[in-house]
Design a binder for this molecule. Structure first.
Ligand code: 48H
Length: 263
């Protein structure tokens, strides 16, 4: 005979209260963080996971409902991702199964498995995630980036005449631009002629991945760039659907941020 299940009793208003109280308490704690990461693709997730694992107070902002950015698909809508050695070490760390392709040192994994594991590891690390939130601007004090200006993505996509909703600011000691090809944070500085970005270069996988990791850096005081944003700002070649450099660039961004926080 089937055993019937009886859930704990709750009223509708108790469900609502639980959500409001849970959100408000945490949100208030994160109006000031040590590091804010904008963009929840592979580089941003990796940087968030690594920083939170070192007990850094880190907030990741993502404009979509879902995290993962371009990591869910490997290119041309085929859901296999590739990484080149030595980035398979990260797949090992995450517990993602993979196979070596016919090309030595080039590994293939299920995109959904890799992406889910990276998201789960980031959440487990203690990084705070704010999804459905879009970066609108930066906080800039005396030529130092010290926070972000954000709004609900739903507000930013409303037609102009009904979107008169001011954004809010969140402060941090450092901001990491992990917004991919857009380099959306850096672009707010370029708009004001404080920096100049180059256009992302044409495809050249062999050169591109090394360069992205090498050039992951503090691009402007208080602002670190990681992932494809590095290609955009420095005009580096693109690498196509291979993700080792995104993961290692996120790790590098963490190391740079961690060193800066210590000083
Ligand atoms: C909040 C924002 C905003 C904003 C964007 O594109 P991503 O996956 O970025 P990376 O750099 O971690 O990885 C790049 C990789 O996916 C890729 O495209 C590669 C390897 N391309 C090679 C090639 O040759 O084309 O993720 C960026 C994330 C996304 O989730 C966006 O939704 C988010 O940032 N985002 N979040 N406010 N203004 N802009």
């Amino acid at each position: 005979m089937k055993k019937s299940i009886s859930f704990a009793p709750a009223s509708e208003n108790q469900v609502t209260s639980a959500i409001v109280a849970g959100f408000a308490k945490e949100f208030e704690r994160y109006v000031e963080s040590e590091v804010i990461i904008v963009g929840g693709g592979p580089s941003g997730l990796m940087a968030a996971k690594e920083l939170a694992s070192r007990d850094v107070k880190v907030l990741l902002i993502e404009r979509n409902n879902y995290l993962g950015g371009g990591f869910w698909v490997g290119g041309f809508l085929m859901n296999k991702i590739t990484v080149r050695s030595p980035a398979e070490d990260i797949l090992d760390e995450l517990g993602v199964p993979y196979e070596e392709s016919e090309s030595e040192g080039l590994f293939v994994a299920d995109a959904t498995h890799a992406c889910s594991k990276l998201i789960a590891a980031t959440c487990d690390s203690g990084a705070k995630i704010l999804n459905m939130v879009t970066l609108e601007d930066v906080v800039l004090h005396d030529e130092l980036v010290c926070g972000v200006v954000v709004n609900w993505t739903a507000v930013t996509t409303l037609p102009g005449p009904i979107a008169c909703v001011d954004p809010i600011s969140l402060e941090s000691q450092l901001v990491i631009d992990a917004t991919g090809h857009d380099a959306a944070v850096v672009k707010r500085l370029e708009m004001r002629k404080l920096v100049k970005t180059r256009c992302e270069g044409a495809m050249w996988v062999d050169a591109a991945e090394n360069l992205v990791v090498e050039r992951t850096s503090e691009f402007y005081p208080g602002l670190i760039v990681t992932g494809m944003a590095v290609s955009t700002v420095f005009g580096l070649p693109r690498m196509g659907p291979t993700f080792g450099a995104m993961l290692l660039s996120g790790k590098r961004a963490c190391e740079i941020a961690f060193e800066k926080l210590k000083r």
